[in-house]
Design a protein around this ligand. Structure first.
Ligand code: ADP
Ligand code: MG
Length: 624
């Protein structure tokens, strides 16, 4: 065929594919327009599947009669002027594509009257061709009817699923927006029956009851925004509802996320919600949650995806941490599940000997500990009481040095008794290799200042944690006891042909270390599991680093690939420099370092600490 420019209609039909995939996408775009128009009441009517009819009526400010034709043009929008505008976008729409796209693949009738005008207008468009424009009397607001979706793109029609499936998608869209906008009244009619309505009371609780049912709502606790904990991070507010630990389901579909009023899919944020329940619910079980995240508009890029179902965060870690903290706080504060408490030595002894459970008033030490870790974590997770209160009685530290580190236990062990005494508590301890250190504070979120009998120590938190993880991980590796974590959604990584062959070569070794990686096409690989200590790291980027290590294997004097991978895993899992640690986290880290075989250097040979003896200090201050 000779090269030619496609007609506008064909180009529009092709472009429509990006925005309009199914009737639910029409519903979504039109609801967004109604919300952007300030509507307080939105009615959605569809036939059984939405493919014959979608009709949306709103009481928003309407479209001036003189602009009604323009509204249907491609790139016609009243919402932005400039590309810069989309980086602090306050409206749901901005691409000026929806009406144009929908109109090009359906028979559309738009009737609208602006609040400021006496007369309304109506435009009819069939498959992108304007058939009729006229003035009409109409109530203020907008009604858009979309009939016979994809009537002129039969190939697309074939992709539609059963009526029930399309209906489910439509219902999800409507109930989601109802939750994100509790002060707007929504009504959904399918096949002539009202199947959902929200009262527009402004109460999220009312909408959750309407969309999920009272039985689910009863099992939920409210998430309230926490005061910001780090002035250097952008303000991120998290609120909503999430189920109590005893109420779980077998998949993540009950976790609904909104960012600035937009329903989004985001694996990491979903994972943050799941992580908030760490040790509270078994693995493989998931909460039901409605999580609304609000942040300054310039913190989130919504122009990543034509349907805006995915967004990009400027500070993904801050979002992760905010969501995890808020959900965990809500769940721990408000649920009354029985838990062990270690309030004082006596109670601790009793608990240890008799395994007595009691209901704590609050388990704030665990909470404080968990919450202050930015990325959900490894070394801090199992600390249940404030070690510093017990002086030097080391029997007290129910964490790594006496218990099997949580991340090195098998997943099953962790979850079967989420609140039981950490295992192996009575086991003989590894010998000390450092004197007892006491954490004083943190410098530059990077170094821990500690005091010991022989003076002052400055500990590099990253290097020290790397050392701790390395010794534990190596032991687990040699004992063939590495705990693995399934990846969230299987991540598929596309590699260069050369990388791919490298990977194939070391697939077995990687599997022993906890990376189950399967070919997924010639140069594509699916990462199915990672070592559990990496569960909150992005498997793709870890894999890329591993490949770089593997690729540099022939450098003279370099380590074996096995050694490199083991080191890389621990380095990636270790707490980073720049991460603010709580006092308990610092103490926990020091406790573990004190019993490392080689506490003085990280696995790469850099020092983990600098020591200044009391003598040196006296000399420096001219006291001698
Ligand atoms: P976008 O929402 O990205 O601006 P659309 O194609 O969805 O693009 O809509 C084009 C324009 O039509 C909007 O910018 C808005 O001015 C107008 N519009 C669409 N729907 C409505 C509505 N329900 N009420 C008022 N104005 C609307
Ligand atoms: Mg729009």
């Amino acid at each position: 065929m000779p090269i030619k420019i496609l007609s506008d209609t064909v180009a529009a039909q092709i472009a429509a594919g990006e925005v309009v995939e199914r009737p639910a996408s029409v519903v979504k775009e039109l609801i967004e327009n109604s919300l952007d128009a300030g509507a307080t009441s939105i009615t959605v009517e569809v036939d059984n599947s939405g493919s014959k009819l979608v009709r949306i009526s709103d009481n928003g400010y309407g479209i001036p009669a003189g602009e009604i034709e323009l509204a249907l043009h491609r790139h016609a929008t009243s919402k932005i002027d400039d590309v810069e505008d989309i980086y602090h976008i306050e409206t749901l729409g901005f691409r000026g594509e929806a009406l144009h796209s929908i109109a090009s693949v359906s028979r559309l009738v738009l009737t609208s009257r602006s609040r400021d005008e006496d007369m309304g207008a109506r435009i009819k468009v069939d498959g992108g061709q304007v058939m009729d424009v006229r003035g009409v009397g109409a109530p203020s607001g907008t009604v858009i009817e979309v009939r016979d979706l994809f009537y002129n793109v039969p190939a697309r029609r074939k992709f539609l699923k059963s009526e029930a499936t399309e209906r489910r998608h439509i219902t999800t869209v409507v109930t989601n927006y109802a939750m994100a906008y509790p002060d707007v009244r929504f009504q959904l009619l399918t096949g002539g029956r009202e199947t959902f309505n929200s009262p527009g009371s402004g109460e999220l609780a009312d909408v959750i009851v309407a969309s999920m049912g009272l039985d689910v709502f009863r099992e939920m606790v409210e998430i309230l925004p926490l005061p910001p904990h780090r002035p250097d991070l952008p303000p991120i507010e998290v609120y909503g509802y999430s189920s109590i630990p005893g109420f779980t389901r077998s998949n993540r579909a009950g976790i609904i996320l909104f960012v600035n009023g937009r329903a989004i899919n985001d694996q990491r944020v979903t994972y943050a919600v799941v992580q908030a329940y760490h040790t509270l619910i078994p693995s493989g079980r998931y909460p039901s949650s409605v999580i609304l995240v609000e942040m300054p508009a310039d913190e989130v890029d919504v122009n990543v995806h034509p349907t805006k179902a995915e967004v990009r965060f400027r500070s993904p870690d801050a979002v992760f941490s905010a969501v995890q903290r808020a959900v965990r706080r809500a769940v721990i504060d408000q649920s009354e599940a029985p838990r062990l408490r270690y309030d004082d030595s006596q109670e601790y002894e009793t608990a240890r000997n008799n395994r007595v459970y009691s209901t704590p008033q609050s388990d704030s030490s665990q909470l404080a500990f968990d919450l202050e870790v930015d990325s959900p974590g490894r070394f801090s997770k199992e600390v249940r009481r404030d070690a510093s209160e017990s002086g030097d009685d080391e029997d007290y530290y129910p964490h790594y040095e006496t218990a099997t580190p949580p991340h090195l236990r098998t997943e099953k062990q962790v979850v079967d008794h989420p609140e039981a005494i950490p295992e192996g508590l009575g086991r003989p301890q590894r010998p000390r290799t450092l004197p007892i250190l006491r954490a004083i504070g943190q410098i530059n979120a990077t170094y821990i200042v500690a005091e010991g009998p022989a003076g002052m120590y400055l500990v590099d938190q990253h290097a020290a944690h790397e050392r701790i993880l390395f010794e534990e991980f190596l032991a687990a590796y040699h004992g063939q006891n590495i705990a693995v974590q399934q990846t969230l959604e299987t991540s598929v990584v596309t590699l260069s042909p050369v990388q791919a062959r490298h990977l194939e070569e070391f697939q077995d070794l990687l599997a022993e270390i906890g990376f189950t990686i399967e070919p997924f096409g010639t140069n594509d690989f699916a990462v199915r599991t990672v070592p559990a200590i990496l569960s909150d790291r992005n498997p793709e980027s870890v894999l890329q680093l591993l490949l770089q290590d593997i690729e540099s294997r022939n450098a003279p004097g370099s380590l074996t690939v096995e050694e490199k991978i083991l080191r890389r895993v621990c380095k990636s899992a270790a707490v980073k420099a720049g991460q603010v640690l709580s006092h308990k986290e610092m103490d926990s880290l020091l406790r573990q370092l004190e019993r490392c075989e080689n506490p003085h250097t990280c696995p790469h040979g850099r020092p983990t600490m600098i020591h200044m003896s009391n003598n040196q200090l006296e000399k420096e201050f001219g006291r001698t």
